[in-house]
Design a protein around this ligand. Structure first.
Ligand SMILES: [Fe+2]
Length: 265
Protein backbone atom coordinates (compact mmCIF):
# COMPACT_ATOMS: atom_id res chain seq x y z
CA UNK A 1 0.00 0.00 0.00
CA UNK A 2 1.25 3.51 -0.68
CA UNK A 3 1.87 5.58 2.43
CA UNK A 4 0.65 8.93 1.14
CA UNK A 5 -2.30 10.08 -0.90
CA UNK A 6 -3.34 13.46 -2.28
CA UNK A 7 -6.99 12.43 -1.99
CA UNK A 8 -9.26 13.08 0.99
CA UNK A 9 -11.89 10.57 2.09
CA UNK A 10 -15.49 11.53 1.38
CA UNK A 11 -17.61 11.26 4.48
CA UNK A 12 -21.03 9.54 4.44
CA UNK A 13 -24.05 11.41 5.82
CA UNK A 14 -26.18 10.08 8.71
CA UNK A 15 -27.96 7.67 6.37
CA UNK A 16 -24.64 6.31 5.11
CA UNK A 17 -24.88 8.06 1.73
CA UNK A 18 -21.87 9.73 0.20
CA UNK A 19 -22.55 12.75 -1.95
CA UNK A 20 -20.59 12.67 -5.18
CA UNK A 21 -20.43 15.64 -7.55
CA UNK A 22 -21.73 15.32 -11.13
CA UNK A 23 -18.10 15.27 -12.34
CA UNK A 24 -17.26 12.43 -9.93
CA UNK A 25 -20.28 10.45 -11.18
CA UNK A 26 -19.12 11.13 -14.74
CA UNK A 27 -15.63 9.80 -13.96
CA UNK A 28 -17.25 6.57 -12.69
CA UNK A 29 -19.40 6.34 -15.80
CA UNK A 30 -16.48 6.93 -18.17
CA UNK A 31 -14.31 4.40 -16.32
CA UNK A 32 -17.06 1.77 -16.20
CA UNK A 33 -18.02 2.21 -19.87
CA UNK A 34 -14.39 2.08 -20.96
CA UNK A 35 -13.58 -0.98 -18.87
CA UNK A 36 -16.71 -3.11 -19.34
CA UNK A 37 -16.03 -4.42 -22.90
CA UNK A 38 -12.52 -5.52 -21.83
CA UNK A 39 -13.92 -7.05 -18.66
CA UNK A 40 -16.49 -9.01 -20.67
CA UNK A 41 -13.71 -10.35 -22.87
CA UNK A 42 -10.91 -10.96 -20.38
CA UNK A 43 -12.33 -11.57 -16.90
CA UNK A 44 -13.17 -15.02 -15.52
CA UNK A 45 -16.73 -16.27 -15.12
CA UNK A 46 -16.64 -15.97 -11.32
CA UNK A 47 -16.16 -12.21 -11.70
CA UNK A 48 -18.73 -11.78 -14.47
CA UNK A 49 -21.32 -13.78 -12.55
CA UNK A 50 -20.74 -11.47 -9.55
CA UNK A 51 -21.26 -8.45 -11.76
CA UNK A 52 -24.57 -9.87 -12.99
CA UNK A 53 -25.73 -10.51 -9.42
CA UNK A 54 -24.82 -7.00 -8.26
CA UNK A 55 -26.06 -5.14 -11.33
CA UNK A 56 -24.04 -2.06 -10.36
CA UNK A 57 -25.07 1.30 -11.83
CA UNK A 58 -22.86 2.39 -14.73
CA UNK A 59 -23.78 6.07 -14.78
CA UNK A 60 -22.95 7.07 -11.20
CA UNK A 61 -20.83 6.02 -8.22
CA UNK A 62 -22.73 3.26 -6.38
CA UNK A 63 -23.40 3.75 -2.69
CA UNK A 64 -21.78 1.37 -0.20
CA UNK A 65 -25.14 0.91 1.55
CA UNK A 66 -26.93 -0.25 -1.60
CA UNK A 67 -24.14 -2.65 -2.62
CA UNK A 68 -24.06 -3.99 0.95
CA UNK A 69 -27.75 -4.92 0.80
CA UNK A 70 -27.17 -7.34 -2.07
CA UNK A 71 -23.85 -8.62 -0.72
CA UNK A 72 -25.27 -9.32 2.73
CA UNK A 73 -28.06 -11.40 1.20
CA UNK A 74 -25.59 -13.39 -0.87
CA UNK A 75 -22.56 -13.97 1.37
CA UNK A 76 -23.05 -11.95 4.56
CA UNK A 77 -20.54 -9.27 3.50
CA UNK A 78 -20.91 -5.51 3.54
CA UNK A 79 -18.87 -2.59 2.24
CA UNK A 80 -17.90 0.25 4.56
CA UNK A 81 -16.31 3.57 3.59
CA UNK A 82 -12.92 4.20 5.20
CA UNK A 83 -10.22 6.87 4.81
CA UNK A 84 -8.15 6.51 1.65
CA UNK A 85 -5.44 4.50 3.38
CA UNK A 86 -5.82 2.26 6.42
CA UNK A 87 -3.29 0.13 8.27
CA UNK A 88 -3.01 -3.63 7.93
CA UNK A 89 -4.37 -4.35 11.42
CA UNK A 90 -7.62 -2.46 10.69
CA UNK A 91 -7.78 -4.05 7.25
CA UNK A 92 -7.46 -7.58 8.63
CA UNK A 93 -9.92 -6.90 11.46
CA UNK A 94 -12.57 -5.65 9.03
CA UNK A 95 -12.09 -8.62 6.68
CA UNK A 96 -12.46 -11.00 9.61
CA UNK A 97 -15.89 -9.43 10.24
CA UNK A 98 -16.92 -9.76 6.59
CA UNK A 99 -16.69 -6.02 6.20
CA UNK A 100 -14.88 -4.74 3.15
CA UNK A 101 -13.08 -1.42 3.70
CA UNK A 102 -13.69 0.89 0.75
CA UNK A 103 -11.73 4.06 0.07
CA UNK A 104 -14.58 6.45 -0.70
CA UNK A 105 -12.97 9.02 -3.03
CA UNK A 106 -12.89 8.61 -6.79
CA UNK A 107 -9.81 9.40 -8.88
CA UNK A 108 -9.57 12.66 -10.78
CA UNK A 109 -9.25 12.73 -14.57
CA UNK A 110 -5.51 13.24 -14.40
CA UNK A 111 -5.27 9.78 -12.79
CA UNK A 112 -7.93 8.29 -15.08
CA UNK A 113 -5.82 5.42 -16.46
CA UNK A 114 -3.62 4.73 -13.49
CA UNK A 115 -3.81 5.38 -9.78
CA UNK A 116 -1.51 3.78 -7.25
CA UNK A 117 -3.85 3.85 -4.25
CA UNK A 118 -7.28 2.19 -4.26
CA UNK A 119 -10.26 4.45 -5.02
CA UNK A 120 -13.99 3.70 -4.99
CA UNK A 121 -13.87 2.49 -8.60
CA UNK A 122 -11.31 -0.15 -7.64
CA UNK A 123 -13.10 -1.04 -4.41
CA UNK A 124 -16.63 -1.41 -5.78
CA UNK A 125 -16.20 -2.16 -9.49
CA UNK A 126 -13.13 -4.34 -8.83
CA UNK A 127 -13.78 -6.02 -5.50
CA UNK A 128 -17.47 -6.45 -4.82
CA UNK A 129 -18.26 -8.89 -7.69
CA UNK A 130 -15.83 -11.43 -6.20
CA UNK A 131 -17.36 -10.95 -2.74
CA UNK A 132 -20.62 -12.38 -4.11
CA UNK A 133 -18.76 -15.67 -4.63
CA UNK A 134 -18.94 -17.87 -1.50
CA UNK A 135 -15.39 -19.20 -1.98
CA UNK A 136 -13.88 -15.74 -2.36
CA UNK A 137 -16.00 -14.46 0.51
CA UNK A 138 -14.72 -17.24 2.82
CA UNK A 139 -11.15 -16.86 1.62
CA UNK A 140 -11.16 -13.10 2.23
CA UNK A 141 -12.57 -13.60 5.72
CA UNK A 142 -9.93 -16.23 6.46
CA UNK A 143 -7.12 -13.85 5.46
CA UNK A 144 -8.56 -11.38 7.97
CA UNK A 145 -8.72 -14.01 10.71
CA UNK A 146 -5.13 -15.11 10.12
CA UNK A 147 -4.07 -11.46 10.06
CA UNK A 148 -5.50 -11.07 13.56
CA UNK A 149 -3.54 -14.09 14.79
CA UNK A 150 -0.13 -13.39 13.27
CA UNK A 151 2.63 -11.05 14.36
CA UNK A 152 2.84 -7.59 12.80
CA UNK A 153 6.12 -8.66 11.21
CA UNK A 154 4.19 -11.40 9.37
CA UNK A 155 1.71 -8.98 7.73
CA UNK A 156 3.81 -8.40 4.63
CA UNK A 157 4.01 -12.18 4.17
CA UNK A 158 0.31 -12.84 4.59
CA UNK A 159 -0.73 -9.96 2.36
CA UNK A 160 1.03 -11.62 -0.61
CA UNK A 161 -1.57 -14.38 -0.49
CA UNK A 162 -4.27 -11.72 -0.84
CA UNK A 163 -2.34 -9.80 -3.48
CA UNK A 164 -1.73 -12.75 -5.82
CA UNK A 165 -5.33 -14.03 -5.59
CA UNK A 166 -7.99 -11.46 -4.70
CA UNK A 167 -6.10 -8.54 -6.26
CA UNK A 168 -4.09 -9.99 -9.15
CA UNK A 169 -5.05 -13.65 -9.52
CA UNK A 170 -5.59 -15.31 -12.88
CA UNK A 171 -7.88 -18.25 -13.64
CA UNK A 172 -7.68 -21.07 -16.18
CA UNK A 173 -11.04 -21.60 -17.89
CA UNK A 174 -11.35 -24.37 -20.47
CA UNK A 175 -7.63 -24.12 -21.17
CA UNK A 176 -7.72 -20.34 -21.59
CA UNK A 177 -6.16 -17.78 -19.23
CA UNK A 178 -8.62 -15.26 -17.81
CA UNK A 179 -8.12 -12.49 -15.28
CA UNK A 180 -9.73 -12.89 -11.91
CA UNK A 181 -8.40 -10.33 -9.46
CA UNK A 182 -9.98 -7.03 -8.53
CA UNK A 183 -6.83 -5.05 -9.28
CA UNK A 184 -7.02 -6.33 -12.86
CA UNK A 185 -10.74 -5.74 -13.31
CA UNK A 186 -10.39 -2.07 -12.37
CA UNK A 187 -7.13 -1.40 -14.24
CA UNK A 188 -7.43 -0.06 -17.79
CA UNK A 189 -3.79 -0.93 -18.51
CA UNK A 190 -3.01 -4.11 -16.63
CA UNK A 191 -6.04 -6.24 -17.49
CA UNK A 192 -4.93 -7.10 -21.03
CA UNK A 193 -1.27 -7.21 -19.96
CA UNK A 194 -2.02 -9.90 -17.36
CA UNK A 195 -3.75 -12.16 -19.89
CA UNK A 196 -1.85 -11.51 -23.12
CA UNK A 197 1.65 -10.18 -22.39
CA UNK A 198 4.05 -12.95 -23.49
CA UNK A 199 6.94 -11.87 -21.26
CA UNK A 200 5.14 -12.26 -17.93
CA UNK A 201 5.44 -15.43 -15.86
CA UNK A 202 2.18 -17.24 -15.03
CA UNK A 203 2.77 -19.78 -12.26
CA UNK A 204 0.51 -22.48 -10.87
CA UNK A 205 -1.32 -21.53 -7.68
CA UNK A 206 0.85 -22.62 -4.74
CA UNK A 207 0.48 -21.08 -1.28
CA UNK A 208 4.12 -21.34 -0.18
CA UNK A 209 5.39 -20.10 -3.53
CA UNK A 210 3.02 -17.13 -3.33
CA UNK A 211 4.09 -16.23 0.21
CA UNK A 212 7.71 -16.15 -1.00
CA UNK A 213 7.08 -13.94 -4.03
CA UNK A 214 7.79 -10.21 -3.60
CA UNK A 215 5.83 -7.63 -5.59
CA UNK A 216 5.73 -3.95 -6.33
CA UNK A 217 2.40 -2.16 -6.19
CA UNK A 218 3.28 0.51 -8.76
CA UNK A 219 4.14 -1.55 -11.85
CA UNK A 220 2.35 -4.06 -14.06
CA UNK A 221 3.04 -7.36 -12.37
CA UNK A 222 5.79 -9.50 -13.92
CA UNK A 223 4.46 -12.64 -12.16
CA UNK A 224 0.91 -13.89 -11.74
CA UNK A 225 -0.51 -17.05 -10.16
CA UNK A 226 -3.18 -19.06 -11.95
CA UNK A 227 -6.04 -20.81 -10.17
CA UNK A 228 -7.59 -23.86 -11.84
CA UNK A 229 -10.85 -23.31 -10.00
CA UNK A 230 -12.27 -21.21 -7.18
CA UNK A 231 -12.36 -24.43 -5.13
CA UNK A 232 -8.57 -24.16 -4.82
CA UNK A 233 -9.22 -21.24 -2.48
CA UNK A 234 -11.06 -23.59 -0.13
CA UNK A 235 -8.03 -25.89 -0.09
CA UNK A 236 -5.93 -22.88 0.88
CA UNK A 237 -8.38 -22.03 3.68
CA UNK A 238 -8.03 -25.55 5.12
CA UNK A 239 -4.27 -25.17 5.42
CA UNK A 240 -2.47 -24.03 8.56
CA UNK A 241 -1.59 -20.64 7.10
CA UNK A 242 0.31 -19.51 10.20
CA UNK A 243 2.61 -22.52 9.78
CA UNK A 244 2.82 -21.78 6.04
CA UNK A 245 4.05 -18.25 6.80
CA UNK A 246 6.77 -19.66 9.07
CA UNK A 247 7.76 -22.19 6.39
CA UNK A 248 7.91 -19.47 3.76
CA UNK A 249 10.08 -17.32 6.05
CA UNK A 250 12.43 -20.24 6.63
CA UNK A 251 12.75 -20.79 2.89
CA UNK A 252 13.12 -17.05 2.25
CA UNK A 253 11.82 -14.60 -0.32
CA UNK A 254 12.42 -15.26 -4.00
CA UNK A 255 14.71 -12.75 -5.66
CA UNK A 256 12.64 -9.96 -7.23
CA UNK A 257 12.36 -10.09 -11.02
CA UNK A 258 11.74 -6.31 -11.20
CA UNK A 259 13.90 -3.23 -10.65
CA UNK A 260 13.74 -1.80 -7.12
CA UNK A 261 11.57 1.29 -6.69
CA UNK A 262 13.60 4.51 -6.92
CA UNK A 263 13.50 6.64 -3.79
CA UNK A 264 11.75 9.98 -4.23
CA UNK A 265 13.79 13.17 -4.04
FE1 LIG B 1 -7.92 -3.83 -3.68
Amino acid sequence: MPKHTKYAAKQPDAAGFIHYTPEEDKVWQDLALQQQPRVNRLMADAFLEGQRKLDLPMHRVPQCVEVSETLTDLTGWKVEPVPALIGFSQFFEMLSKRCFPAASFIRSREDFDYIEEPDIFHEIYGHTPLLTNPHFAKFSQKIGEIGLQCEKSDYSWLIRLYWFTVEFGLMREEGEIKALGSGLASSPGELAHSVHEPTVVRKEFDVIDILRTPYRIDINQPIYFVLDSVEQLLEAIERDLLADIKDAQRLGLHAPTYEPKKKAG
